[in-house]
Design a protein around this ligand. Structure first.
Ligand SMILES: [Zn+2]
Length: 235
């Protein structure tokens, strides 16, 4: 039997639980948002890393080009020196230098071909990776949008729930409210619970026989002798 004056309290409790649920959902939003934002940041870092590989190779290519120009300049110098030298062995020595430098040019050009090849591969890879990552970022951003919508909805719902709680409070007997509020604070919701099979529906411990007898009668407000919650008897 549910004493009549507990009915209004149960309605209040129901609305308070809804309010608490919405408040809890709202407190989780910033953490969820931070998680999504950190995933977006990680995606962006991945793109930057892929781009850096391309930039590094382009730099290497420029260095190689500069080295090749240096070698060619060197050969031009040797050739002009050759036109000035008078002795044959000096001329031969310069020919050897030219040959050595030409060989170096060959090696460097091979290295450049490898870099160009790597550059092509890396550019392709980066392009594909960037496309994939952009799609991931777009999905995460859509998630942020949904999160914002959900947050707005929860805020609206919460405002409604608070109004409902206020309305429900006004229907509860005034002397019951302080006890309800105190219990909500100390024991936590639910505050009004069923007493079933001799056990309190809040703390799940067995209540004393006296409490059970009183709850059965349903004429007085009866509290659990373990947790203090307000009990109503349920067969
Ligand atoms: Zn209890």
């Amino acid at each position: 039997m549910l004493p009549e004056r507990l009915q209004a309290l149960l309605i209040l409790q129901d609305r308070d639980q809804r309010r608490v649920q919405l408040e809890k959902a709202l407190t989780q939003v910033p953490r969820e948002r931070a998680t999504v934002e950190s995933r977006i940041a990680a995606h962006k870092t991945a793109i930057d890393a892929a781009k850096k590989a391309v930039t590094d190779l382009e730099l290497k290519r420029k260095e190689i080009e500069a080295t090749l120009q240096g070698f060619e300049e060197q050969i031009r110098k040797y050739r002009s020196q050759q036109m000035l030298v008078k002795k044959n062995d000096e001329y031969q020595a310069l020919t050897r230098e030219i040959e050595l430098t030409t060989a170096k040019i060959g090696e460097t050009e091979e290295a450049e071909i490898k870099v160009l090849y790597d550059l092509d591969t890396e550019k392709e890879k980066t392009k594909a990776a960037e496309k994939a990552v952009r799609a991931e970022i777009a999905a995460e951003e859509a998630q942020l949008g949904r999160l914002a919508e959900r947050e707005k909805q929860a805020r609206d719902d919460l405002a409604g729930a608070v109004a409902e709680v206020d309305k429900a409070r006004s229907a509860v007997q005034a002397e019951l409210l302080p006890r309800y509020d105190r219990l909500a604070k100390t024991a936590g919701l639910p505050v009004v619970v069923a007493l079933h099979a001799g056990k309190c529906g809040g703390c799940h411990l067995k209540v004393s026989n006296g409490v059970e007898t009183e709850a059965r009668k349903g004429s007085e407000i009866v509290c659990c002798d373990n947790c203090g919650r307000i009990l109503y008897f349920q067969a």
